[in-house]
Ligand binder design. Structure first.
Ligand SMILES: [Zn+2]
Length: 295
């Protein structure tokens, strides 16, 4: 199942260390994007899609997912509302009332509408044109873009940037974090919900030695349609290195839907305990809040 690819050096899409692809072990996974080569960074331990990022394909792919289709995208606004509320609860403790807030990958605006109700001055960006149009139709400023760096937002002008369930599609974590830091004011906040299934891929790879099909399926399920799978600790380290101070972390707040299965609830309860007592994330999702450091 493993093969060695023979290209050149590529930067890790998470920590940016140079990786020699000639010696990089890759695995071929069947994903909703088709067969994809995936590799692992030996430094930050992230798994990532080794094929090139194509913005046009990313839009077309997103249009095939529930969050990229009008009807199901709008339905997700309600289904994900408990997660949005959990993030707003935490923001209330750390953010100035009425702050300017940018939501990256805002989809059909579920979080933006709730944040606006809380008194924040909101603005969104998304790569899917239909989602942008819908958010605009709700009276919220929204631009078609995948990055805070694409916009004409002045330096030090925003109080809050949120990125809920989108960082695992970014082509470069550090590049986007730098763009976010640029637009945030001193002491401004970054709130992120991410998915960390790197531990499940690790188990899948281990299982694959004895049960090839089961192990392969677990890897593919864990990867889903993402481009990167980052251990929570590695992501937090990169965020700190990019000039942020982590002020809050919670696997439990990342519980995704209004109605979660017992299996999902158990995974988050166990994940919360593991994070608290060992500092390792074992939950499928993870929420954190980081403040732009001033020095
Ligand atoms: Zn790395």
């Amino acid at each position: 199942m493993f093969m060695n690819s023979l290209v050149n050096h590529v930067p890790c899409p998470v920590c940016e260390i140079g990786l020699n692809t000639g010696t990089l072990a890759t695995m071929l996974l069947s994903t909703p994007r088709g067969n994809q080569p995936w590799a692992r960074c030996h430094s930050c331990r992230s798994f990532f899609a080794a094929n090139e990022y194509d913005p046009g394909q990313e839009v077309e792919h997103t249009r095939t997912r529930p969050w990229g289709i009008v009807e199901s995208g709008i339905a997700l606004n309600d289904e994900k509302s408990p997660m949005f509320e959990a993030i707003l609860r935490t923001l209330r403790r750390y953010a100035q009332p009425g702050s300017m807030l940018l939501d990256i990958g805002c989809s059909y605006g579920g979080f933006l509408m709730r944040a606006q109700d809380e008194g924040y001055q909101v603005r969104g960006i998304d790569i899917v044109p239909e989602a942008v149009e819908y958010v605009r139709s709700r009276g919220i400023r929204c631009d078609r873009s995948g990055s805070a760096g694409d916009l004409d937002i002045p330096e030090n002008s925003l109080g809050i940037v949120t990125a809920l369930d989108c960082n695992y599609y970014w082509p470069s974590q550090r590049k986007e974090l730098r763009a976010i830091r640029y637009v945030l004011s001193a002491g401004g906040l970054l709130a992120m919900r991410t998915v960390d299934t790197s531990w499940a891929i690790q188990i899948g790879l281990w299982l694959r030695r004895w049960f090839p099909n089961t192990g392969q399926r677990l890897c593919e399920k864990a990867v889903y349609d993402h481009r990167v799978s980052i251990p929570a600790r590695s992501l937090l380290r990169v965020v700190e290195q990019e000039g942020f101070e982590i002020v809050y972390t919670s696997p439990r707040d990342a519980m995704p839907f209004r109605y979660n299965s017992l299996k999902v609830k158990t995974a988050y309860a166990v994940g919360q305990l593991a994070w608290r007592f060992t500092g390792y994330n074992l939950a499928p999702g993870f929420v954190f809040l980081a403040r732009k450091a001033t020095s």
